[in-house]
Write a protein that binds this ligand. Structure first.
Ligand code: PGA
Length: 244
């Protein structure tokens, strides 16, 4: 399976950062064996997509409906219109800050699919849940309710992002990542049959140039969703290099 390395810029980036996006896109051409994308703030998508037309630009969310009275929201067809090829769905920051539920996330994933976008559906436990020994149960529950009934690896990826590892510099033990990714693989194969074998499972949460080669070598870790370390080509490159 080709590794999938996706940057998540979150609420970072203005026109001053277009040069950095060009640099990342130029870098990507040096790694043809890796699928690389960056998910930008909505305000940058159209400019970035026309600046680097050969490179995959994504959004970070979409509404479940195609249009309508939803002030402040952006639909999947709008992302496509702006030049996006993918979107993140159900990031833990949106589950927490925007109160997104598994049902919302499932509907958004289907909206992304219907518009022709690839989707990366995020799941992950809090530290309290992990300490209580419930990490796998929580994540499998999230998958059960946030993945649509039909999916395949052409459009869907799953990102396992332990909430306590995001932006903290802490990562789980390798054995915990392996155990979780194996459990996710089993779940998606039981749901989607052989299509589940081709759905990429990304790890996210403090992945950086130092730990990427260890994380990306763990079985069933098919790529990474990277926040802080994706904001510049210099920091992003060692992760892409580790994937290659
Ligand atoms: P981080 O963020 O790499 O900055 O920890 C990852 C994410 O939230 O997708």
């Amino acid at each position: 399976m080709r590794k999938y390395i996706v940057g998540n810029w979150k609420m970072n980036g203005t026109s001053n950062d277009l040069q950095e996006i060009s640099a990342i896109a130029a870098l990507a051409t040096q790694y043809p064996a890796v699928d690389i994308a960056i998910c930008l703030p909505a305000t940058l998508i159209a400019r970035a997509a026309s600046l680097v037309p050969g490179f995959a630009i994504g959004g970070q969310d979409c509404h479940q409906q195609a249009s309508g009275a939803h002030t402040g929201c952006i639909s999947a067809p709008m992302l496509v219109d702006a030049g996006a090829r993918l979107t993140i769905i159900g990031h833990s920051e949106r589950r927490a800050d925007q109160y997104e539920t598994d049902a919302n996330i499932c509907a958004k994933a289907m909206a992304a699919h219907d518009a022709g976008l690839r989707a990366i559906v995020c799941v992950g436990e809090t530290l309290t849940q992990r300490d209580a020994g419930k990490a796998i149960e929580i994540v499998l529950g999230q998958l059960e309710s946030s993945l649509p009934d039909e999916a395949d690896g052409d459009w869907l990826s799953v990102a396992y992002e332990p909430v306590w590892a995001i932006g903290t510099g802490r990562i789980p033990d390798e054995s915990d990542v392996a155990e979780m990714h194996f459990a996710i693989r089993k779940h998606i194969i039981s749901r989607f049959g052989s299509d589940g074998e081709a759905i990429r499972i990304l790890y996210g949460g403090s992945m950086n140039g130092e730990n990427a080669s260890i994380l990306l070598a763990i079985p069933n870790v098919d790529g990474g969703l990277i926040g802080g370390a994706s904001l510049g080509a210099v920091k992003f490159e060692p992760i892409i290099d580790a994937a290659a």
